[in-house]
Write a protein that binds this ligand. Structure first.
Ligand code: PRP
Ligand code: ADE
Length: 172
């Protein structure tokens, strides 16, 4: 039987030379693969109270929407700077191939809400750390960080675990 990893392809030198880009569009496009990924991402949180799912732009939106629907909770996006229409708070970060700023609407989460944060891939952890900071600045609590792919050699998992995060990933 195919595993989640079997549906993901690697594109060398995208978007820059030397980057081995993990392309999850082939996983998302396959009905069995996509369902398997959503089910496996949710598995560690069975029975845990989760009030909101937060997804990181852009592939975290695809996963986060499906997971929020499955849990019957709301979905909140963290977006690249300049995309959210209402009042936001922002956080700068560096990633494997550049620098960026992410934002969340300042009324998107309530203090004390328990958040599952999701994205497709954990590399340096810069994006996820910025997401955690935004969620915590609104007074909400990150109860879990779920990813399809973890690239542990880039240090993201260690960074998030140092912050006390519960990190789950489906494959490396
Ligand atoms: C990718 C990926 C994560 C992030 C991980 O997104 O989807 O969000 O990089 O890298 P990090 O752990 O080093 O921060 P990308 O920045 O390419 O943005 P996109 O999904 O909007 O294309
Ligand atoms: N984001 C950061 N590094 C990445 C990689 N190797 N593949 C896909 N997305 C990424």
């Amino acid at each position: 039987m195919k595993t989640v990893q079997d549906y993901i392809r690697t594109i060398p030198d995208f978007p820059h030379e030397g980057i081995m880009f993990r392309d999850v569009t082939t996983l998302f496009a396959d009905p069995r693969g996509f369902r398997m990924a959503i089910d496996q991402l949710l598995h560690p949180y069975a029975g845990q109270p989760i009030d909101r799912v937060v997804g990181l732009e852009a592939r975290g939106f695809i996963l986060g929407g499906a997971i929020a629907h499955q849990l019957s909770v709301g979905f909140v996006p963290i977006r690249k700077k300049g995309k959210l229409p209402a009042k936001t708070i922002e956080q700068a970060y560096t990633l494997e191939y550049g620098e960026a700023v992410v934002e969340i609407h300042d009324d998107a989460l309530q203090p004390g809400e328990r958040v599952l944060m999701v994205d497709d891939l954990l590399a340096t952890g810069g994006t996820a750390e910025a997401g955690i900071k935004l969620i915590e600045r609104l007074g909400a609590v990150v109860t879990g960080c779920a990813f399809i792919i973890d690239l542990p050699e880039l240090g993201g998992r260690a960074k998030l675990e140092e912050l006390g995060m519960d990190v789950h990933a489906l494959c490396a």
